[in-house]
Design a protein around this ligand. Structure first.
Ligand code: G3P
Length: 224
């Protein structure tokens, strides 16, 4: 399963890229608004930080299919070929996906709350469908189960579309989908760090160092 960073903050992205095996960055209009910078300036800085080979997902904001396509052309022209155009899975968005597919764009169908949306977006040519796990939970449904249903629909219908699961509230949700074999997940930095955060592990590592230093001297490592 690919793992992407759902954030537009350069410092956080830089840290995630340095420490963890991440495959790209996803943004949305709210995430970009949070940074308070001119959107293309921020996105160009992210592109230059992660390099041209990584996936960068950028959402259109227009409300008609025709304008979404024009936005997609500008986004791709400025940010390069490994850029995925996030399109909301509403009627105008599904229409836009069909148009974008014909033009050869990379498409991420976003704002997916139901398997029905995912089915239509996949049929329209989306490369990824992005179910919002936590937001689905908040509606009284089950986000992880919805993503699993979508995975079954894609597999049973031989659709080449992959899941890019988004909107996580904890790292166990990420792992459940990894176990199920979904294509990708995008998560905020604290959720990615949560995959590794474990006081028992930290205590075990601290004990190894303490035992070693007690026997061989403070500050002693295998280097000295
Ligand atoms: O882009 C989708 C994802 O970022 C939504 O996450 O945490 O706002 O529900 P969240």
């Amino acid at each position: 399963m690919k793992l992407l960073i759902d954030d537009a903050n350069l410092e956080k992205i830089g840290k995630m890229m340095e420490y963890y095996p991440c495959d790209g960055v996803t943004t949305n209009p709210s995430i970009l608004a949070k940074e308070g910078k001119e959107p293309y300036a921020q996105l160009k800085a992210i592109r230059s930080l992660i390099g041209n080979d990584m996936e960068l997902h950028v959402q259109v904001v227009s409300l008609t299919a025709e304008e979404m396509v024009i936005e997609a052309e500008k986004i791709t022209e400025i940010l390069g070929k490994n850029t995925y155009i996030k399109v909301p899975s509403v009627p105008e968005g599904i229409k836009a996906m069909k148009m974008l597919k014909e033009k050869g764009f990379n498409i991420t169908a976003t704002a997916i709350y139901t398997a029905q949306q995912a089915y239509l977006a996949a049929k329209a040519g989306a490369d990824y469908v992005a179910p919002y796990i936590n937001r689905i939970d908040n509606l009284g449904a089950d986000g992880v189960e919805t993503a699993k249903t979508i995975q079954n629909i894609l597999e049973n219908n031989d659709l080449p579309t992959e899941i890019l699961a988004a909107s996580f509230k904890n790292s166990q949700q990420v792992l459940s989908l990894c176990e199920y074999g979904v294509g990708a997940a995008t998560a905020a930095p604290d959720i990615i760090e949560g995959l590794l955060k474990n006081p028992t592990v930290t205590a075990a590592v601290d004990a190894f160092v303490a035992d070693f230093e007690k026997a061989f001297g403070e500050g002693k490592t295998m280097l000295n």
